[in-house]
Ligand binder design. Structure first.
Ligand code: TYD
Length: 143
């Protein structure tokens, strides 16, 4: 999508990844620019999440991301300043694309869940909206 236009929940999408079923164990892969609509610059993962804890709870000014439940399950709560939606990720061959300027948090982790995030940019604290009201104001100014 055009980075100048308003990002909405409708721009967040589940992507089914290639899956090679094999009696020795299944295999799924990702190529940046093909399955994920941006060049990959960074990856990180969230694990050992205690029951009832949530991660995230912020938005990015420029960063786009692709989120996969590599193991177990968790919910992704999305908020574009006008609408909210929650999606359950529980298959390692599905990923959720989230454009910039979407407030998101990861919640309801199952035991041993692993959340893999592919990101379009290196870590930059300045790219974060950490304060929800600041995010809301920025969304109101978007075209
Ligand atoms: P953060 O993205 O703030 O996660 P959450 O919103 O769930 O708390 O990451 C937590 C801290 O980890 C952050 O303050 C700095 C560090 N961090 C890095 O150094 N590099 C990274 O790629 C990420 C994602 C986090």
């Amino acid at each position: 999508m055009n980075s100048r236009s308003r990002s909405t929940i409708a721009n967040c999408r589940l992507v089914e990844l290639p899956k090679f079923l094999d009696f020795r164990g299944n295999l799924t892969f990702i190529e940046g620019g093909a399955h994920v609509p941006f060049p990959l610059r960074r990856t990180y993962w969230i694990y050992d999440v205690p029951g009832g804890a949530a991660r995230g709870g912020h938005a990015y000014r420029r960063l786009e991301e692709f989120v996969i439940a590599l193991s177990g399950s968790f919910s992704v709560a999305l908020d574009d300043g006008r609408k909210t939606r929650s999606l359950l990720l529980n298959r390692s061959y599905f990923g959720l694309y989230i454009p910039s300027k979407i407030w998101r948090s990861f919640e309801d982790f199952s035991t041993n869940a692993v959340c893999l995030v592919l990101a379009s940019l290196p870590y930059e604290e300045e790219d974060y909206f950490r304060v929800y009201e600041e995010f809301r104001r920025a969304k109101e100014l978007e075209p």
